[in-house]
Each structure stands twice: as structure tokens, then as C-alpha cells.
Design a protein around this ligand. Sequence first.
Ligand SMILES: Nc1ncnc2c1ncn2[C@@H]1O[C@H](COP(=O)(O)OP(=O)(O)OP(=O)(O)O)[C@@H](O)[C@H]1O
Length: 317
Amino acid sequence: MSDVLVEAAGLVKRYPPRDRHGTPFTAVDGIDFTLRRGESFGFLGPNGAGKSSTMRMIACVSPPTAGTLRVLGMDPLTAGRQIRARLGVVPQDDALDRELTVLENLLIYGRYFGLPKPEIAARSAQLLEFAQLADRGRERVDALSGGMRRRLTIARSLINEPEILLLDEPTTGLDPQARHVLWDRLFRLKQQGVSLILTTHYMDEAEQLCDRLIVMDKGRIVAQGSPAELIARHSTKEVLELRFEIGEQDKGVAKLRDAAIRDRLEELPDRVLWYTAEGEAALAVVHQLGLRPATAMVRRASLEDVFLALTGRTLVD
Ligand SMILES: Nc1ncnc2c1ncn2[C@@H]1O[C@H](COP(=O)(O)OP(=O)(O)OP(=O)(O)O)[C@@H](O)[C@H]1O
């Protein structure tokens, strides 16, 4: 069995104009990547980066405009059905049947894959257990919380025992506790050997779940690597984050620029970031300069800093 799960070369997705006067829109602009078995992948980027468009092509629901794409060694244009039988897909919107019960949603999905009835029943029971919904099987989906609905969608996507699970922004819109429950479930799937491919614009999610990341912006790949590699390559180890009182930031930055000539300073509307190997030493300099920021915090660099370095923008505006 090949260890390549997904391979893309020069992959393009262009959408037709929305109206007669419009122009076609290139959402994915010639990207190359290889996803291998045994790792979990994240497409990280802000809204509109082209992450969902890439996922929909991998899920065989949206044909590429140009380039080549192979999923599990097959071409989605000619072998979509065979590929889909081995994939689980968790779309951005849950697409559950809200008028049916939790259990019925699973049963219907099993039938869609043509699985034998006893197998669907046994598998549904296991999946409800896995999704921590065992006592909710007879309730209507309407009655579930957002976090429960997400877990049910994941349970549903596992009915065919997929090798790859595609998740489009799995925790967007969930509260912190529901997100952590979901991460725990996804982590278990990883341990069971399911390869996760997800999109996110949350750096903590990417750091928690992904072994490798593809950072996208405006339809292109701007960097690839493990979270640790990306941070080592594109940021200093530490960051001193300073917030000034309203109207004080410009004066502060002018002084800092003179002091931090060898380091990168990043000015955002609400804070200043000083990229340095030694955050505490930089903070001492801030005090020597006579600056009194409203808050000052030394922290480790994160994927957010990588994104800022690569694109000049933050992940979540
Ligand atoms: N069917 C479509 N027709 C025209 N334009 C589209 C269509 N689908 C997406 N787009 C545009 O393509 C761009 C990329 O969208 P895509 O959903 O792939 O981005 P994304 O990185 O997943 O962002 P998000 O986090 O908002 O889902 C966006 O500007 C979007 O408006």
C-alpha cells in the first residue's frame, strides 16, 4: 500500500463569475503538496485563503480547474465514488437532518454507503459511545447543543471506517469547553490510525492536532512544515508583546526602533511585538528607555507569529 494519501501538483480552482459583468475568481492558485500516511495535516490560513476549496477537491465534490490531484492513488474525476467510500467528510455546516433522531442520522448515512443493516446497527452503537452521545440516540438533533451536533457529524463521517477524515473548520463557533472535548475525540482517532486532514484559522487547533501544516494565503501556499519547524524557521524563540495606552503607541515604537535595530518589530493596531531571543532582556531595555506600557508580556512564539511574518497579517482579523 502506497504511503501517499494525497498528492497535488499545480492544483487550481477557479470559480465562474457570479454575474455577467464579473470575472472568474481563482480561489486556489497552482499549489503543490504531498500528504503521507501516518501524519495529520492542517491547512492553516485566514478566511478566503482557499482552504475549503482545496478540501472540497480532495473530497471529490468539486472538480479541479487545472493541475493534477491524486487521492489514495486515484483521480477524483474518474474514481470519485471509490475514493469517497474510503473518506470521512465533516463539512463546515453540519448538514444533519434535524428532524430525525441522533441514531436515525447515523443509520441513514450507513445506508447511503450501502453497508449491511446489522453492521450499521453495531457500528452506530459504537460511534454513539465514541461521540459521548450514547444516552441521546433517541433524541431529535434539534435538541442537541452545537458541540454535540459537531460530535454527531464526526460520528456520522466514521460510519464507513474511513482511512482519511477531512474536517473543515471542525471547531468554529464552539465554546472553549466543547472545542476541547472535540479535540480529545479527534486525538483518539489519530491514535487509532485515522489520518486527519483539517482546515482551521485557529493556531492552537493546528498546534494540537496537526503533525504538518500547509499555510495558505490568497490561494497560494506560503509555507509548509511541522508547527515546530515553521516557528523555528520564521520566528525568533520569544516575543515581547507590549500594549500602550491610547495615543502612546507611536512614541513608544519610535524609541523601540532605535533600541531594537537588529530585531524585528511588528506594529499592530492594538499592540507592538518585539521578536527576540531573550524576552526578559528586551523588557529590561523597555524600562531603561523610560517606556511605561500598559501591559508587557514575554511569551513563546506561536504559529500566529509565523503567519504574521509570512503575510504581514494576523490569522483572525
Ligand atoms: N462557489 C463559489 N463561487 C465563487 N467564489 C467562490 C465560491 N466558493 C468560494 N469562493 C471564493 O473563493 C475564495 C476562497 O474560498 P474558500 O472557501 O476556499 O476559502 P477558505 O480559506 O476556506 O475560507 P473560509 O475560512 O472563509 O472558509 C473566497 O474568496 C470565496 O469567496
